[in-house]
Design a protein around this ligand. Structure first.
Ligand code: PEP
Ligand code: MG
Length: 842
């Protein structure tokens, strides 16, 4: 049982000390694990959150007693230890205790150069990070008696005080400065962006310095046994002979471990024993800590010291590979591997990349902040991004820098480009979280928001609406669209998906309208197609014309002629889908056109249509006027068209049944699922059902073939949810279309909500955009009512959600709790939905 007593104000880390992640932070806890594994860790003292909080308010613990833990005249370091290492913390401060006396002693022990370097660095670090003096005054890199004297003098001039010589004073001030840095607004915002609670605490660890300088083989390094970018097992590290601290390893002089590194002898060559010892410790840490760790170490005259170990940094691809490798090696359970990968992180693996073989017209170069590539029209505001998304147009959000107000726009954008910012800027952090391709800090880009344009280094001006491609993998923005590579999905990814499939207790299907979508659905292991929006099969130019002919037909005869042309097209469509899905369920939604989407919107389009239909332009405009609705999303959509012009659904049913027979003749057993959209009354279902049954009978006779099919209803009006008890008499499945159901429950236009969603969410009118994450309280209640009433009538009725929410991890939890059979979402969200469902089930 967890000890509930308050921790001591500080504790020496020993195998049995009371060190807790929740009280001392992850680093302290991990160091204790290393101590328990008998690793050569220097003496370490942990300060819990409570002590650090008091320090920030000016109450220091018993610093002389803490220093006494390290024996006589030690140098120590202080490192942050937050509960979650991702929340960061102030930088480490080394060599506390350096003063004139110590400098003189070290000069004898390690030599003049090493002693000077240590002292100068400490003065500089203390001045900048503890006394908060101007870094420019303390930037000299060359250590000598005179630069030390200058630094001491600068300190004195700036503070009116001598540089503290007393180690107790030094350590007290360091501890207080680190405690206060944690409480700063910027630090708080940064960690909250990573999910830290507002009151997240900071622990500190004080550790005896291992010098890494001096006689014999001495130096510092980090080593890890898996690649942070790919997750592959591989020794990667850096070692700097006669170097100290992690910071010293970032310079160009550090040597890679790779033995064939051209920059000089590797650690393996310099000290094969230490290298072998490190490899053994790495193996031990992997197995006993059940994680790939990066070990920070120091070698002192050939002797190895382990200063710290952290989970290796990793991108999503590496996270998957590492989790799968650990499970396959029997280090962790498969369930554990699943839980170690965040569902949303999978987007990073799933994204398109710019094809390196294609040509690139670079307009800007910045920091590759979030991987993947996306093309879209340039927009300059969140509102414009949301409007663009509502129109179904991909857009790239271009901003000077982003702020939390831009999050909604970032959700809506396909990619992000900013003039300012770095790897940890808001845009970068948020984009990575969303799996959105992003380039930040694009140099040479000058934004002119008033003009809605930006100028790039070569003088070109890109305006709102121009298409660009953001390559978040290389850090480039490119003009226009470019060839892209589909995501590379490796064996580790596939293994993880298979395990997720085994673990999950709710089905995941894909919304797929085209053969391409269906192939992706299969590739991602979807349990079938949960929604095929048949109207989407008619957006291609040649088909659109026939569709318009059908819509414009004045007489039954003309309509029949147009439908006659559409029938073979649909038959081919369905045959292809059945073929690709190889017997997995395919749920086809009958035509649900907001009619305006099929009508030309400008004069040019109308003229073209008049030509195609061989009608005078005036006839076409008159007919368009007649068909134009004030509110097309609530107009002649879905089943309303099916009832008014029943020949359309007849044609689709026939195409589905004929394709079913073709599939059967090809050895694929298909039981097609036919779904009626936008139902609000039982009678609608009865009317459609009787016609579809009649078509089925006619096809069976004509083809002398047998087949089954299932008829279901989309529950996407509040009335359908309320009346699902009687609707279920005629429906073997109910699929909740939560996009329309949200629209109609709120009375909130799907296409216009973006205009005010930002202020609404900011002012907490809505906790979240309800089109993004299911409104559990309102729309959710309708789902519960609908499913309960449906199941009461027909206990075996199959229940699903096929709106956008089907791919949202939180909404999936709701569907699972409500006992739904499956969710259906776009193919690329299937892996995320699958893993989220597995997480909920575990
Ligand atoms: C829905 O309304 O939730 C749905 C899936 O249908 P569509 O988005 O095509 O209206
Ligand atoms: Mg709908």
């Amino acid at each position: 049982m967890q000890k509930m007593t308050a921790p001591e104000p500080y504790a020496r880390i020993t195998p049995t000390a009371d060190i807790r992640n929740s009280a001392h932070g992850g680093r302290a806890k991990c160091l204790q694990r290393l101590v328990r594994l008998d690793m050569p860790v220097p003496a370490t003292v942990a300060l819990p959150f409570g002590t650090v909080r008091k320090l920030a308010m000016g109450h220091a613990p018993d610093v002389p007693a803490i220093l006494a833990e390290f024996g006589d005249g030690p140098l120590v370091s202080v490192r942050p230890s937050s509960e979650d290492p991702d929340w960061g913390g102030p930088g480490a401060i080394l060599n506390i205790g350096m003063n004139q006396t110590r400098h003189a002693a070290l000069t004898d022990e390690l030599g003049q150069e090493a002693a000077d370097t240590l002292y100068l660095r400490f003065i500089q670090t203390f001045a900048v990070h503890v006394a908060r003096l101007d870094p420019d005054e303390f930037s000299t890199t060359r250590a000598s008696a005179s630069t030390i004297a200058q630094a001491l003098k600068a300190f004195e001039d700036e503070t009116d005080d001598l540089f503290p010589q007393d180690p107790v004073t030094q350590l007290t001030q360091v501890l207080r400065a680190m405690a206060q840095a944690w409480e700063g607004t910027t630090a708080r915002l940064l960690r909250q962006a990573k999910g830290a609670p507002a009151d997240a605490g900071l622990g500190l660890v004080v550790q005896e310095m291992a010098m890494g300088l001096g006689p014999g083989e001495s130096g510092s390094g980090v080593i890890q046994f898996a690649n942070s970018a790919t997750g592959q097992r591989q020794i990667v590290g850096r070692y700097l002979s006669k170097g100290q601290g992690r910071a010293s390893l970032t310079g160009g002089s550090a040597e890679l471990f790779m033995t064939r590194d051209p920059r000089g002898p590797s650690l393996e060559e310099r000290s094969p024993e230490a290298f072998a010892q490190l490899c053994a410790l790495g193996d031990k840490a992997r197995v006993r800590l059940r994680e790939e760790m990066q070990i920070e170490f120091t070698i002192e005259n050939g002797g190895l010291k382990v200063l710290d170990a952290v989970r290796i940094a990793r991108n999503a691809r590496a996270a998957v590979r590492i989790a799968v490798d650990l499970a396959q090696d029997g280090v962790i359970e498969r369930d554990d591997a699943l839980l170690r990968v965040q569902p949303r992180a999978l987007t990073e693996l799933l994204h398109k990349q710019v094809d390196p073989r294609g040509s690139r017209d670079r307009v800007a170069l910045g920091i590759a902040a979030s991987p993947g590539a996306a093309a879209g029209k340039v927009v300059f505001s969140s509102a414009a991004a949301q409007a663009s998304a509502a129109r179904g147009e991909a857009c790239i959000l271009v901003r000077r820098e982003t702020t939390p107000e831009d999050i909604r726009g970032m959700h809506a954008a396909a990619g992000v480009l900013t003039e300012r910012g770095g790897m940890t800027s808001h845009a970068a952090v948020i984009a990575r979280g969303l799996g959105l391709p992003a380039v930040v800090g694009a140099s040479g880009l000058v934004l002119n928001r008033r003009d809605k344009s930006f100028r790039v280094a070569d003088g070109r001006v890109i305006r709102e609406g121009d298409v660009i491609t953001v390559d978040g993998t290389s850090g480039e923005a490119l003009a226009g669209t470019v060839d892209m590579l589909e995501p590379a999905l490796d064996d580790a990814f596939q293994a993880l998906l298979e395990w997720a499939e085994d673990a999950c207790d709710i089905g995941v299907r894909a919304n797929a309208d085209t053969p391409e979508d269906a192939k992706n659905a299969r590739m991602f292991g979807a349990d079938g197609i949960g929604l095929c929006r048949t109207e989407h099969m008619f957006f291609e130019e040649d088909r659109l014309t026939v569709m318009r002919e059908m819509i414009f037909a004045n007489t039954a005869q003309d309509r029949a002629a147009a439908l006659e042309q559409l029938l073979p097209m649909q038959r081919v469509d369905f045959t292809r889908l059945f073929d690709i899905m190889q017997g997995s369920p395919v749920c086809i939604r009958l035509f649900d056109p907001p009619l305006h989407e099929f009508l030309p919107h400008d004069r040019e389009g109308m003229r073209e249509l008049a030509t195609a239909l061989d009608l005078p332009l005036s006839d076409v405009t008159r007919r368009i006027d007649a068909l134009t609705e004030f509110n097309p999303m609530l107009g002649m959509r879905g089943v309303r068209l099916g009832i008014t012009v029943p020949e359309i659904y007849d044609m689709q049913a026939r195409a589905i049944f004929e394709a079913t027979i073709t599939a059967q003749r090809n050895g694929i057993i298909v039981v097609p699922e036919i779904m009626i959209p936008l139902v609000s009354a039982k009678r609608e279902v009865e009317l459609v059902k009787s016609r579809i049954d009649a078509v089925a009978a006619a096809v069976r006779t004509a083809e002398a073939a047998e087949f089954d099919y299932r008829l279901g209803v989309m529950v996407e009006t509040p009335r359908a949810a309320l009346r699902s008890g009687e609707i279920a008499h005629h429906a073997s499945f109910l699929s909740f279309g939560t996009n329309d159901l949200t629209q109609m429950t709120y009375g909130l236009s799907r296409d216009d909500a973006g205009r005010f969603m930002g202020p609404y969410v900011q002012q907490e009118v809505f906790p979240e955009d309800p089109f993004h994450s299911l409104d559990v309280e309102g729309v959710g209640e309708l789902l519960e009512i609908g499913s309960d009433r449906g199941r009461k009538t027909r206990p075996d009725v199959v229940l699903s959600v096929c709106g956008e929410h089907g791919g949202n991890p939180e909404s999936i939890a709701f569907c699972r709790n409500a006992g739904f059979n499956y969710v259906s979402c776009s193919p690329f969200r299937v892996p995320i939905a699958r893993l989220a469902a597995a997480h909920h089930a575990l």
